[in-house]
Structures are given as C-alpha cells and as structure tokens.
Design a protein around this ligand. Structure first.
Ligand code: ADP
Length: 297
C-alpha cells in the first residue's frame, strides 16, 4: 500500500504519491476526502423545480444571501452544469476559481457566502457543456470533495430543472440531504410540475421542506392595484394536494430582473421590498425546519 502524503481531507490530485496508488486506494482516499468535507457541513438544502424559468436560481441565491446576512456560514453550489447562472446573479461572472494543495477555493460572494459554479471554469460563457451523466457526476463530486468549503452551517444547492443526472448525483454525493425546497409558479400546471420533484425527493429519502409559489401576484407601480398576472394559489394548492408544507408566495417584482442582471440579489439591493420580506419568511421556515429535524434525531 502506498503512503498517502496528504492525509484525509486533501485532494488525490495534489498528492505526490497518488501515482503509485492502486485504483482501490485512490477510491478509498477519495471517499475519505468526501467524508472529511461533508463532516464540516451542518445542513444541506437543495432547491429544485419541475421546469426552468420559474425562479429556482433566484430563490437559491436570495435564500443563501439571507442566511449569510443572519450570520450563518453558507456555501452555494451551482449544480446546473449546462446553464450555470448563479455567478451572473451574484456579480461574479468574470471570476475564475483558484486552487492550491488543499483544493479549490470557492468564490466569496458576500460576507459569509461562498460559491462554486461550472461558470467559473468556462473559458467563454457561450461555450456549451456537452457531457454525459458520468462526467457530470465526477464534477459534482469534485465540487463537494475538492472544494475548501470549511465549516458551513448550510450548503444550498441550486439544482437544474427536472429530475435528471445532476439531482441524482447531488443526492448521492451529499448522502443525507436535510431537505428540498420546490419552486413553482401560480398556474394550475404547478401541481404537475411539483409532483415530480416531490416524488423524486421521496424516492431519494430527502424530506420536502415545502413548496414556494414564485411570481405570485404583481402590484402595479403606478396605481398600486394588485394584478394576478399568472393567477394566484397554484403552488399553495399543489402543496395541499401533495401533502407537503407551503412556504409562501414571492410576488412578481421587476427589481428581481434588474438587480439580478446587475449581479445584486434583491434581498441586498432592495431589503425593504415585499420580495425581500418573502425571502426572510422563507428563510425563517427553513430554519424552523432544520431545528425541528434536529430535535427529532
Ligand atoms: P430558474 O432558475 O427556475 O430557471 P431564474 O431564477 O433564473 O429561474 O429566473 C428566471 C428569470 O425570472 C430571471 O430573469 C429572474 O430575474 C426572473 N424572476 C425570478 N423570480 C421573479 C419574480 N418573483 N419577479 C420577477 N422576476 C423574477
């Protein structure tokens, strides 16, 4: 057996003796390294949706920032390998990841918030990633095991839409995910879209924290009248029918788009907005969920 020069928690890719390790030794070292990283992460939350464009990344970013604002140490993992948007939403789109002997250094997005995304590895943002499942699994594993996350209270994972390779890899790599947040919109299709995420969570033994109804109602900035552009209540109805908690509504607010494009999450750019208040409520419900979960174990 070769002598591992780096010890548990360090990367095989930076170990001087990795070349003389057998395949089994390498696999064992990699597993030890993954376990060592995971042992420093208290809670893991995945944000998912049945389809794209419903505001899943918006929810992941604003939830992570709100947790960090409240003094928690937060990691944000962009598991959307094909469409990584988080760096743009956090004003980090020109950043590149750096690595040293202890692994990859995540990017600091705000005080207490560190981020890793495929976008930080792309030479050109327009380059498509054309990978099959096993390669995506490898990179997701590296995004957990090879990253110097340090001690985290929360790792928030933004999953790509649907229930394909990446959500499965994230569930397998993280092993015991605390819970999933399912983002949907207010239309009737919310039930159809959310059901798959609820069933996916159930099959992988991930407790459902609840459903969030995004883009729910719009207050006219001119007359102040409320208009239900995309209807209202589909997410709440879906939560009721699927027997999972309802986590609340987030209204349509053009500031999500303008601030998102400027790389400023709404909770930082417009903390007094109704949208920011919705995120504080969502964060409170997540904190209550993990607290209850802890009491039950
Ligand atoms: P997904 O991750 O589900 O694909 P995104 O979070 O990228 O969705 O959101 C898609 C677009 O919708 C973005 O431009 C975002 O700024 C915008 N958006 C998300 N939520 C809202 C909202 N509540 N009000 C207005 N625009 C929103």
């Amino acid at each position: 057996m070769s002598e591992c020069t780096e010890g548990a928690g360090a990367s095989c890719s930076s170990c001087a003796s990795a070349g003389s390790c057998s395949a089994e030794e390498k696999q064992r070292h990699e597993e030890e390294q993954l376990q060592a990283r995971l042992s420093h992460i208290k809670h893991k939350i995945v944000v998912m949706s049945g389809k794209g464009g419903v505001g899943k990344s918006t929810v992941a970013v604003n939830l992570a920032v709100t947790l960090a604002q409240q003094g928690y140490k937060v990691g944000l993992l962009d598991a959307d390998i094909h469409g990584p948007n988080l760096p743009k939403m956090l004003g980090l789109d020109n950043s590149r990841l750096q690595a040293d002997a202890n692994g990859i250094r995540p990017m600091e997005a705000a005080a207490g918030l560190h981020v890793v995304s495929m976008a930080f590895l792309l030479e050109h943002a327009d380059n498509p990633i054309i990978w099959r499942g096993p390669l995506k699994h490898t990179v997701i594993r590296q995004f957990v095991a090879d990253v110097q996350w340090g001690d985290l209270d929360f790792l928030v994972v933004d999953l790509p839409p649907g229930t394909g390779d990446e959500p499965l890899s994230v569930a397998q790599v993280l092993k015991d995910v605390d819970g999933s947040i399912i983002v949907t919109t207010p239309q009737d299709v919310a039930l159809l879209d959310s059901r798959k995420s609820v069933v996916f969570s159930g099959q992988l033994k991930i407790p459902v924290i609840g459903i969030v109804e995004n883009m729910s109602g719009f207050k006219c900035p001119h007359c102040g009248e409320e208009i239900d552009l995309f209807k209202k209540g589909g997410g709440e109805k879906a939560a009721r029918e699927l027997q999972v908690p309802f986590l609340g509504r987030i209204p349509i607010d053009p500031q999500f788009v303008t601030n998102g494009d400027l790389g400023q999450p709404l909770v930082l750019a417009a903390p007094d907005s109704v949208g920011a208040e919705s995120f504080r409520l969502l964060t409170r419900r997540c904190l209550e969920f993990v607290k209850q979960e802890k009491q039950q174990t």
